[in-house]
Each structure stands twice: as C-alpha cells, then as structure tokens.
Unconditional design. Sequence first.
Length: 267
Amino acid sequence: MLFSLLSAWVRAPFTHYRLFHNFVRQDFTGQFAGSLGGKLWLFVTPVVNILIYSFVFSVVFRAPMPAEYDGTPFVVFMMMGYLPWFAFADAVGRASTLLLERAPLITKVMFPVQIIPAVGTLVPYMVHGIALGLFLLYLAVQGYLSLLWLWLPVVFFLQFLFTMGLVAILSALCVFLRDVQQIVALVLTTWFFLTPIVYPVSLIPQDWQPLLILNPMHSFVQMYRELILLDSFSFGSLQVIVPVSLATYLFGGWLFMRIRHAFGDVL
C-alpha cells in the first residue's frame, strides 16, 4: 500500500506528462494575462525587492560582512540567499489555495489530482529560476565561475523536492482546514527572518547558532553561498538537506495520496 502510493506520487508528472505540461503552461502564462508589463515582471519584481532589502540592510542598518566573505558586495551576499528563498516562499505561499482554486475541476472531472502540487511548485521555481540564472550569469562574468557550480543543479533540485513536499502537505490540509492559508503567511514571514538571508550568521549569538541545523533553508542558503561565493563545498550542509528533502517529499506525497479521495467530498 505504502509503496503503491509513493510510486503513483513520484510517477504522476511523467505518467500524465501531457496534462502536467498543459497545467504548467496555463499557470505560467496566466500570471501575466491582462498585464501591461507581461513577462517583464519576471525581472522587475525581484530587482525591486532586492534593491529595497539592500538599501535597508547595507545603508540603514549596515550589516557587517563575515570575514570569509570579505570583499564580497553585500548585495551579492544577500541575493545568493534571497533568490533561492523567493522561489521557495512563492511556492509555499500559494500552496494553501492550489486545490481550492481548482475545486470545480476536482469535483466534476476525474483526473490525477496528485500532479497539482508538482505544478504549483514547478511554476514558481521556473519564474524565480530565471532571475537566479541571470544573476549567476552576471557572477560568472565577474569571475566567480568554478567547477563547483556543477553542484548547483543538485542543490536546486533538492530544494525543489523539499518545497514540493511542503506544498503537498499544505495544499491537502487546507482542504479540511481553511485557516492554513493565514498560518502559512505568518510562518513564512517568521521563517524568513530566522534564516540568515539579509544578515550573516555571525550576528546570531554563539549559543543559538547550533539551532540553525533545525532550519533546512539555512543549509540551502549556506550551500549556495559556499559554492558560488567561497568556491568551497560543505558536506555538513549536504548531510542535512539530502535526508530532509527526501523525507519531506516522500511524506508529503504519502499524505496527499492517502487523503486525496476525500477532496471531492469536502470541496
């Protein structure tokens, strides 16, 4: 039973590729439908947010850079945490409405509902992955490029699995508990400031720093910064994100598949 549920969960985007592709295309293009700026917002939104945070934390508060990043502009340091976080937060933030928005379809048409969390995760990662890719191209021109960048797709994929597991859990729970949407918004705001994105780890009291291991997004951000800015590789962070990502993805898939038959009745 467990194996069959997880097998159906993992294979869903591939088994139903045509339907999955159509959903992804509709969601991606639907974000810009009726917008004068169109796909230009793919670049404008992250740039504006980055400029705001850069001004606040490098001009107003003047966050000190850690010694190992000496010489790295604060904007570059911050973006290597902010861009991956933005993809994660966008997908998780939308998770609570994924099934609710498709309630008419779920209640009237028989289709593999398990592809919805994959669609809801992939589209934000595509959108924000463009901004991340452009920034990496800029850093490559600036001389940061190294062979260790070959690990970046692995880290990005593991982050995608971690996110998809959370999206599956939250989207399924919100069918039965609509308060999840408000809870997720509060948790994401708190989670953002508990993750060293707009400030270095050195600002956290020494006694509290070991608790960062409980925050998977810290390990992801740390790996991006080490691979790209320090040209180093940390097995410690990898030992955290691999089991956490796989466990979250599989548990989220199991929970979603286990209760998906009740969606139609509740919605």
